[in-house]
Ligand binder design. Structure first.
Ligand SMILES: [Fe+2]
Length: 365
C-alpha cells in the first residue's frame, strides 16, 4: 500500500487508545458507524458477530480484497450475494421488509436510479460520503453514491488520421466517418446513459438526429460488449470503438502478449474536451430501505471512499477513483488527464428511457 488510510487508521487508533478527543472527522465517522466496533457493541449481545449483507452486481475478482479490507478495519464481516443488477433489485423487492440486504452495489447510475425508483433504497446523510464524493457523482437526496468512475471514450488506431477532427461525441454522426464506427447495442445501459447525457446537452431533436447519423456510420451492426468493439478496430473492421475506459485498460495491461500488442496500436480520444467534457459513469452503492444492519451499511459505504479502498478500485479494475487524492493506475495515467462532464448522474439516468426510445427510433439496434 502506497499510503495510509487516514480515516480508518484514525479510528483504529482511537479504538486502540480509548482516546475521546479526536479531530471532528474521526469522531463523526465513529458516530456514523465506521468505528462500529465501539459504538454498536453495547447494544449487542456479547460475542454476537457483526455483519453487513452486500448484494453486488460487480463481478470483479479484485472486489473481494475491498471487502476483506473493510472486515480488517472494522471487524464487521461482509456477506456477499452476487447477481445480475436487475435480478438483485427484483430479489430485494420480493424480500420486502424481511430482506437481509443492507447494501446494493451496481454499475451505472441508470441502474442505481432504477433501484431508487423501485423504492428499495433509503436516503443516507453522511458527511464522510458527502465530503469525499463530488456532488455530480451521487444522488443529491443521498439514495445512492458513486464510488468509482468510468469514462466513455473513443478508441482509434494510432496510425489513423480521421478525415475530420475527431473531438466530440457529436462527430460520430458526421457523414465523413461513414463505415468507421463500432458501438454496442442501444439498449445497453452504458449507451443509454451516454445518450441521456447528450439529451441533456443538445435536446431530443438533435439527439435523435445524432443517433441516426451514428447508425449510418456503423461499420457493422451492434454486437457484443465494449471489448469486441475495440477488437474490431484492431482488426480493421472499424476505425472508432466506443468503449468504457476500463475495458481498454484491461487490454493495455494484459499479460497476454497479443492483447497488449493490440492495445499498443490504439489510442484513447477523450471527447468534448473543448466544451462540456467527456461523459463519465459510476459504479456505486446504496443502503437498502429495510437494511437490518444500517450502521454497518453506512460504515461500509464510507470505507469504500477511504484511500485504501479507492486505490483498489483504481488498481483492480482500471477505474477512476472518485476521491481526488488517489492516483489512477499507471496505464490509465498514460492516457493523460481529461475534463469530465459535470452533469449530475441523476440527470442522465433520468433521461435514460427517452434516450433509448430515440436511439431505437433511429434504427440503433
Ligand atoms: Fe462494464
Amino acid at each position: 500500500m502506497k499510503r495510509s488510510t487516514p480515516l480508518v487508521a484514525g479510528i483504529l487508533a482511537e479504538l486502540a487508545t480509548g482516546e475521546r478527543r479526536k479531530p471532528r472527522l474521526a469522531r463523526r465517522a465513529i458516530i456514523a458507524g465506521l468505528g462500529a466496533a465501539a459504538v454498536l457493541a453495547p447494544a449487542m449481545a456479547f460475542g454476537q458477530e457483526r455483519v453487513v449483507n452486500v448484494y453486488s452486481s460487480r463481478h470483479y475478482d479484485t472486489d473481494r480484497a475491498l471487502y476483506d479490507g473493510f472486515t480488517q478495519a472494522t471487524g464487521i464481516r461482509v456477506r456477499l450475494i452476487e447477481g445480475d443488477a436487475d435480478q438483485l433489485i427484483e430479489r430485494i423487492r420480493n424480500e420486502g421488509a424481511n430482506s437481509p440486504a443492507d447494501v446494493l452495489i451496481t454499475v451505472d447510475a441508470a441502474r442505481l436510479e432504477r433501484a431508487r425508483a423501485a423504492n428499495i433504497l433509503q436516503p443516507v446523510r453522511s458527511q464522510v460520503l458527502e465530503g469525499r464524493i463530488p456532488a455530480h457523482l451521487r444522488d443529491p437526496d443521498g439514495n445512492w453514491f458513486g464510488l468509482s468512475k468510468r469514462a466513455r471514450v473513443l478508441i482509434v488506431p494510432k496510425d489513423w488520421t480521421p478525415p475530420i477532427p475527431l473531438a466530440r461525441y457529436e462527430d460520430l454522426a458526421n457523414p465523413a466517418l461513414k463505415g468507421t464506427v463500432c458501438v454496442r447495442s442501444s439498449n445497453q445501459v452504458y449507451n443509454i446513459s451516454l445518450a441521456g447525457s447528450m439529451l441533456a446537452a443538445n435536446g431530443a431533436e438533435a439527439t435523435e438526429a445524432w443517433a441516426k447519423g451514428v447508425v449510418a456510420n456503423m461499420g457493422r451492426p451492434p454486437q457484443g460488449g465494449d471489448t469486441p468493439q475495440i477488437q474490431a478496430v484492431a482488426a480493421g473492421q472499424c476505425r472508432i470503438a466506443v468503449s468504457n475506459t476500463y475495458y481498454f485498460g484491461r487490454l493495455a495491461a494484459s499479460e497476454k502478449p497479443e492483447e497488449k500488442a493490440m492495445a499498443d496500436g490504439l489510442r484513447v480520444v477523450f471527447p468534448n474536451q473543448g466544451d462540456r467534457g467527456t461523459h463519465v459513469n459510476v459504479s456505486g452503492a446504496a443502503v437498502v430501505r429495510n437494511a437490518p444492519n444500517r450502521d454497518a451499511a453506512v460504515a461500509f459505504l464510507e470505507y469504500l471512499t477511504s484511500v485504501k479502498a479507492q486505490e483498489m478500485f483504481a488498481n483492480g479494475n482500471f477505474e477512476y477513483p472518485v476521491v481526488d487524492e488517489v492516483n489512477v493506475h499507471p496505464v490509465v495515467a498514460s492516457w493523460g488527464r481529461f475534463t469530465e462532464d459535470q452533469l449530475n448522474a441523476v440527470a442522465y439516468a433520468k433521461n435514460g428511457a427517452e434516450a433509448l426510445t430515440l436511439m431505437q427510433r433511429a434504427g440503433w439496434r
